[in-house]
Unconditional design. Sequence first.
Length: 104
Amino acid sequence: MLGALALPVLSATTASAAPTAVSATPASSCSSLPPLPYEVHAKAVTIRSKASSKSTALGVLYKSHKFSAAKKSGNWLYITDKTTGVKGWVSGTYVYRDVRMCLD
């Protein structure tokens, strides 16, 4: 004969939840946030004096380096490297911008 298993008896009670207050402050729109930085996704990308692969090399940014672009010309981005102060152009082929998903 198997032993009896005693289980506690649960009583069903009705819960009365008070309505929660919703904040009166409107949520900021995702489009009003500043743009996310670019990031180097190649081993390295060269900073150039002009928006051309044949122009003078001024510096190098390495993989995972994050930066912001001041302006664009075609597929080229004009940047200022904050760690060295070098200003110049990088090819957009080797860099990507982080993506923000908005659920407005």
